[in-house]
Ligand binder design. Structure first.
Ligand code: PLP
Length: 397
């Protein structure tokens, strides 16, 4: 079934017949018998809750909808995207294990793999994820995970998930895909990924008022993450609050409408920028090196997503343009993505600043790079004209 249909068909009733499920405002839960409490701690009872760090009815509703989005057996929500990423990696990897990761990933994930997980003797080799031969050549007997983003942050490199999945199956390792940049457009599980991660903070929530994350995978994986004795989600404690789960679930229900508009607007701007000679990266442009791969992988009706980058030549010009665009109410000079207004930032000095400068250069994160998360503007040509005027004022064009 299409992911949007799976979400559409989910129907919950609140405690008093409300059209939204009731929010569970409790950290702990009663049991009618002591035996039932024991069984629940052992993980042997369905429909019983033990403590809200473990799970809550509201979190399970959201988790069920996100599993429907990604076509996985189930999922576990967490209080941030990093909470999801760190818990699943620490669950799957033991001391001495090895990860092969795309080198162009969110700066926080990069910092975790590069600086934090080596404390537990978990080592990571970073690789250009579009170079499949190189990916395979880095796999050793100790490799447990191939990690990538379906569309990478901030360079918008596209992972060939089908081919990566073949490699991961050949060596019996887990392919984890962070699908934060392309919900609905790309379905990593259908393409062979084992585990799909999102920062819910971005497109899925869509109103920049919440932080959240999710791990979508098998029932076994999620049970393992929640295990009271050795589950990383349970023991590291990045649990989502029920009120947040409830608000994110409501926003998720409009995701299909929003993604279409984000994609349509981003494609419009990308084509216009490219046509006036601005160096533009957008997976929906034929000039994008992975245009074909994205096109073959995508769920067509949702387009190529809302993220694009342009290079205006220098950090000074990038900063001036962003400041002027904010002044003209085109959008906000802010990190993050998926908001209804356009957001722009210079990745080199913000979301990717954890990556050392020489490595940024090697990856292609240039000084004049601006990342746009294109908003839901009703009249995108009007927005384009306004940006064009700003570019003229700063003598970019
Ligand atoms: N994954 C990607 C692709 C991101 O862009 C981000 C945040 O910017 C994260 C994960 C981390 O998510 P959070 O900020 O919700 O912890």
């Amino acid at each position: 079934m299409k992911p949007s249909d799976s979400i559409q068909d989910l129907q919950y009733f609140g405690e008093f017949g409300g059209v939204n499920p009731s929010i569970t405002d409790s950290s702990t839960y009663t049991f009618l018998s002591a035996k039932k409490m024991f069984d629940t701690f052992e993980g042997n009872t369905d429909g019983c809750y033990l403590y809200s760090r473990h799970s809550t009815p509201s979190n399970l509703y959201l988790g069920q909808a996100l599993a429907a989005l990604e076509g996985t057996e189930t999922s576990n929500v967490s209080s941030s995207g990093m909470g999801a990423i760190t818990s699943v990696l620490l669950q799957l990897c033991n001391s001495g294990d090895h990860i092969v990761s795309s080198r162009t990933i969110y700066g926080g994930t990069y910092a975790f793999l590069k600086n934090f997980s080596p404390k537990f003797n978990i080592k990571t080799s970073f690789v250009d994820i579009t170079n499949l031969k190189k990916v395979e050549s880095l796999i050793t007997k100790k490799t447990k995970v191939i990690y990538c983003e379906s569309v990478s942050n901030p360079l918008l490199e596209v992972a060939d998930i089908e081919s990566l999945s073949k490699i991961s199956k050949k060596y019996n390792i887990q392919l984890i895909v962070d699908n934060t940049f392309s919900p609905l457009s790309i379905s990593p599980k259908k393409l062979g990924a084992n585990i799909v991660i999102h920062s819910l903070t971005k497109f899925i929530n869509g109103s920049s008022d919440a932080v959240g994350g999710v791990v979508c995978g098998t029932q076994q994986l999620i049970d393992d993450l929640r295990n009271v004795n050795d589950g990383a989600a349970m023991l590291l404690g990045s649990s989502m609050d029920s009120f947040r789960a409830s608000s994110i679930l409501k926003n998720l229900k409009t995701l299909h409408v929003r993604i279409k508009q984000h994609s349509q607007n981003a494609l419009y701007l990308a084509e216009k920028f490219e046509s006036i000679g601005i160096k533009t990266v957008y997976p929906g442009l034929k000039s994008h090196p992975s245009y074909k791969i994205f096109t073959n992988q995508m769920n067509k009706e949702f387009g190529y997503g809302g993220m694009l980058t342009i290079d205006v030549g220098s950090l000074k010009k990038a900063n001036s343009l962003m400041e002027l665009m904010q002044l003209k109410n085109i959008g906000y000079l802010a990190v993050s993505l998926g908001f209804y207004k356009t957001l722009f930032s210079a990745p080199g000095t913000s979301t990717s600043s954890e990556i050392p400068e020489d490595e940024q250069k090697e990856m292609g994160i240039s000084d004049g790079l601006i990342r746009f998360s294109v908003g839901l503007d009703n009249d995108i040509d009007r927005t384009y004209q306004a940006i064009n005027n700003c570019m003229k004022e700063i003598e970019i064009i």
